[in-house]
Design a protein around this ligand. Structure first.
Ligand SMILES: [Zn+2]
Length: 140
């Protein structure tokens, strides 16, 4: 593992965020597969899951994305298709939203990681899990 500690800033950080890359180095992929995460970052070693239950916070982002998509989609389709029944419109939107669940899952976790690191860049708030994971990474 190449240990790179330099933090990306500015538009590079936004570009890394949009591509689901590591918030510290901007290069390492956060996800190894559709739902599987790379933890720690394969480039800089940043541990994404700072503590047990860490990604519970990503549910807030998932909820927000769902509300925006379903609520906004309902009003948009109601405007575009005024003759359709409201239940049919909701059914279509929820069906499309279910197809987007993998994307929403990844975007929610990525957003949570960036939001959390925006509030606390350093490792001061490391929990016991992250400290133990760092010790394990040093011994590998
Ligand atoms: Zn990284």
């Amino acid at each position: 593992m190449n240990v790179q500690r330099k933090e990306v800033h500015g538009w590079r950080k936004w570009f890394a965020f949009l591509r689901n890359r590591c918030p510290r180095c901007g290069q390492g992929r956060i996800f190894a597969g559709q739902f599987q995460m790379n933890d720690p970052c394969p480039v800089c070693g940043l541990i994404f899951q700072r503590e047990e239950g860490y990604f519970l916070g990503s549910m807030y982002f998932g909820y927000m994305f769902g509300c925006l998509f379903i609520g906004g989609g309902f009003f948009l389709l109601s405007w575009l298709l005024p003759t359709w029944n409201d239940y049919a419109i909701v059914g279509v939107i929820v069906g499309v939203y279910l197809l987007l669940v993998p994307f929403v899952f990844r975007r929610s976790r990525s957003s949570w990681i960036y939001f959390d690191r925006w509030g606390c860049l350093g490792d001061v708030s490391d929990g016991a899990y992250e400290k133990a994971a760092k010790l394990n990474a040093q011994h590998d």
